[in-house]
Design a binder for this molecule. Sequence first.
Ligand SMILES: CC(C)(COP(=O)(O)OP(=O)(O)OC[C@H]1O[C@@H](n2cnc3c(N)ncnc32)[C@H](O)[C@@H]1OP(=O)(O)O)[C@@H](O)C(=O)NCCC(=O)NCCS
Length: 373
Amino acid sequence: MTDASQQVISGLEGVLAFESSIAFIDGAIPELSFRGYDIQDIAQNLTFEQAAYLLWNDRLPSDDELAAFSADLAGQRAIPEALIGILRGLPASAHPMAALRTVVSWLGAMDAQADDNSAADNQRKAMALTAQMPTIVAAQARLQQGQEPLAPRADLSHAANYCYMLTGETPDDTTTRTFDTMLILYAEHETNASTFACRVVVGTEADLYSAVVAGLGAIKGPLHGGAIDDVMRMLIDIGSADRAAAFVDEALAARRKLPGFGHRVYRAGDPRAAQLRGMAEKLGQASGDDKWFAIATGAEQRMRDTKGIIANVDYFAAPVLYHLGFPLSIFTNVIASTRIVGWSAHILEQYANNRLIRPRALYAGHRNRKVGA
Ligand SMILES: CC(C)(COP(=O)(O)OP(=O)(O)OC[C@H]1O[C@@H](n2cnc3c(N)ncnc32)[C@H](O)[C@@H]1OP(=O)(O)O)[C@@H](O)C(=O)NCCC(=O)NCCS
C-alpha cells in the first residue's frame, strides 16, 4: 500500500538499496575505496589486472595468482569473426554504445551456459567479457575509421594491448601506465545508475548477460557515462582558454547543464577527478599542446567561482583519452569496457544474497474512472 503521506525520494537520492562490500564512498570527505583500499593507493600502486582481481576476490593476488589471472585474461581476448561481421553490418549511423550493447547481447545468445547463474559460471562469464569488451570496442573504432580490426596480442598487459588494438602502435610505458590508471579509476563506483540497473536485472534471477546489457543501456546516457563524449565536444566547442569563462556564463544563463560537472554523491570534489586532472596536465605538457588542459581548467574555475559546482570524473578523463589518440566517438565505450569489472562484482554479490528489487510509486493519476461514463 502507498498513502499520500509517504514521500517520494526523488532520484532515490541517499536511499540505501542493499548492503555491499565492494566500494565505499564518503562524498563529504571525499573518499572512495575499493575493498577497503583507498582509490589513490590503488591507482598509484596497482595494475588493472590487480585491481580487477581485488574487486572480484576481496583481496590482492599473490604473484602466482596474478600471473595465472593475467594469462587467463590475455588468453580470452579474441572475439569471434561472426561478431566482427555483426559490427560490419551495422549502419554507420549506429551509436557506438548501441553497437557494443548489441554484440554483448549476441555473446549472451551464443553462450549455451548463459542461464547458469552459479558463481563459478558467472566468474567465467565476467572474465570473458572483461577480456573481450576492449577487443570489441577497438574493432568497432577501427571499422568506423575504415581500418581493419587488429587481433589482440597476448604478450601485452590489458591496458597496453587495448592501446595497441586501438592505435596499431605498441604503447610506451608512460602511455600504458596512464591508460591503465584510467581503467582502474573507472572500474567500479558503488551504486551508480548502471550498476543499479545490473542489480535490478539480477534481482529477477535473469542471467549475467541480460544484467550487463542493462548496465550498458544505462551508462550510455549523457547524465552518466555518456557525459565523457560531451565533455570533449564542449572543450572543442569552446576552442580556446580565453573563451572558457564566457562559455560557462552563457550556458548557465541559458540554464544548460555543462557535461563533466556535478555529482549526486560528491559535492565537495570527486577523488577520481583529482588524479585525472594531473594526468591531463602531464599529457598536455608532454605533447607540447596544453590547450585542452587550459580550456578545461578555465571553465572549471568559472564553474567553481559562479556556481560552486565540482568537476566530476569525466571532466579531465576526456582530454586524457583525446591525448592518447582515441576517437572521441568511443570514449563512453572505453568506460563501459572497464566498468564491466565493477558490474560483475556487483552481479555476483547480488546473486549471492538476492531479493527481488521492486520499489513502489506514489500514485498521482486518475482513479475510479468508468469506461463509457
Ligand atoms: C551528475 C548529475 C546528473 C547529478 O544530478 P543531481 O544529483 O540530480 O543534481 P541536480 O541536478 O539536482 O543538481 C543540483 C544543482 O546543481 C546544478 N547542476 C548540477 N550539475 C550541473 C551541471 N553539470 N551544470 C550546471 N548546473 C548543474 C543543478 O542545475 C541544480 O541547480 P538548482 O538547485 O539551481 O536547480 C548532474 O550534476 C549532471 O547532469 N551533470 C552533468 C552530466 C555529467 O557530467 N554526468 C556524469 C556524472 S559522473
